[in-house]
Design a protein around this ligand. Structure first.
Ligand code: GLA
Length: 399
């Protein structure tokens, strides 16, 4: 079995981290027309050097949530709130140059805190931590000590526990770098929070680049060894503007194997070849083509081929709009989830009803339950080490 380790991945992420440290968080001096790298075209709009901010309403705890809008010279816009570091919308062009929102979400922060949303727990667009995906039985042993986490998903712990990074208010600083407008989010997760050891300092930088990509750079340090698995839980629908499901989207995943799971979606440890199964997306297939053969729908972790440095993780194409999305990452795995638990009870932006399969997630990550799976790439961050992870979602059109 091929093994990866966090150290290897860290080495692979050096280019990304250099790019990250080169980011200048100060306001840029050329304030007009975006970056010089942007090709002039008829749809070009003027992009200010700094993101704008507005109120996103009050959180249930009474804090003021802010919404930041990042824009590039092509008029591509990403909106992100400091509540959960949540990506709330992403406007990208279709094959006719028409802008449309490709992200599921709500018009204000109360949508992300409604009883229905919290009960069904879809984590729309949020930053996920301290541990993305499931930990079996909400338990793991580290350096001889057993740690107990909240069980918030049947017998398991999911996405950081009861109050994961998706439900906290992050400190937010808008800025700009040579690559585009940025939003830097920081959160200090306390020793013992949700049962995890160590004070964990997390920084996440969203960058909207001149070439229509949303890049997410994650950095974390700790003062005690702890499992960490950070991701973003955006639900994409490249045809969202007209409220269609995602079954017609064509997906490619450069992964020859996936992690087999038990009935509670915990990996058995087996990395199974996808060949000859409905999990084979090594060549493009529409989501709907074989989803009926997968009980419940896709909600699995694929083992990415060639996982060193920045590598390919997924390609998506929607023939109806011509929109494409390419995902690259430093992570070894990707959870492809087809919105199986959405059931029409949530009404989102502009009153859109979110039914089953109305969005899909591509959560770049280390494999689920890694703290209990010694053969999986390690998710343990140690004091003195810095976790660095990067994922890029790049948009385009095919005519
Ligand atoms: C992840 C999980 C799913 C589900 C969603 C949120 O994708 O793997 O099972 O919990 O998050 O609804």
């Amino acid at each position: 079995m091929k093994k990866f380790n966090r150290a290897g991945l860290l080495a692979g992420g050096i280019a990304a981290s250099l790019a990250f440290t080169a980011c200048n968080q100060q306001p840029a001096t050329n304030t007009e027309g975006g970056t010089s790298a942007a090709a002039p075209d008829s749809t070009q709009t003027s992009a200010a050097a700094m993101p704008t901010s507005s109120s996103f309403g009050k959180t249930n705890a009474g804090a003021e949530a802010q919404l930041f809008t990042l824009t590039n010279a092509h008029g591509v816009k990403a909106t992100i709130t400091n509540f959960g570091g949540t990506l709330t919308s992403l406007m990208v062009p279709d094959k006719d140059g028409k802008m449309g929102d490709v992200i599921l979400g709500f018009d204000n922060v109360s949508g992300y805190q409604s009883p229905e949303f919290l009960k069904s727990g879809p984590y729309f667009g949020a930053l996920i931590g301290r541990y993305g995906n499931r930990i079996k039985g909400g338990k793991f042993t580290l350096d001889g000590k057993e740690y107990t986490l909240a069980k918030n998903n049947g017998p398991n712990s999911l996405h950081g526990g009861k109050v994961g990074f998706d439900k906290v208010v992050w400190d937010a600083k808008p800025g700009s770098s040579a690559d585009g407008q940025t939003l830097t989010l920081t959160y200090n997760s306390k020793d013992g929070e949700e049962g995890y050891p160590g004070n964990l300092a997390v920084t996440v930088v969203y960058t909207l680049t001149a070439d229509d990509a949303l890049r997410i750079d994650y950095t974390a340090t700790t003062d005690k060894a702890t499992p960490v698995n950070l991701t973003n839980h955006a639900y994409f629908n490249l045809n969202h503007g007209v409220g269609k499901d995602i079954l017609g989207h064509e997906v490619t995943l450069p992964a020859d194997r996936y992690t087999v799971v038990d009935a509670t979606l915990i990996p058995t440890g087996e990395l199974k070849p996808v060949k000859g199964t409905p999990f084979d997306f090594t060549t493009p297939h529409t989501i709907g083509e074989r989803i009926g053969q997968v009980p419940g729908g896709y909600d699995h972790n694929w083992v990415l081929n060639n996982p060193s440095g920045m590598h390919a993780a997924a390609t998506v194409y929607d023939a109806a709009t011509g929109r494409t999305m390419e995902v690259t990452t430093t992570e070894p795995g990707i959870q492809f989830y087809t919105g199986n638990f959405l059931d029409g009870t949530l009404k989102g932006k502009g009153g859109t009803v979110y039914g089953k399969n109305s969005g899909f997630c591509l959560e770049t990550q280390h494999f689920p339950d890694s703290p209990n799976q010694p053969s999986f790439p390690s998710t343990i961050l140690k004091p003195g080490d810095t976790l660095k992870s990067t994922t890029i979602y790049k948009f385009g059109v095919r005519k």
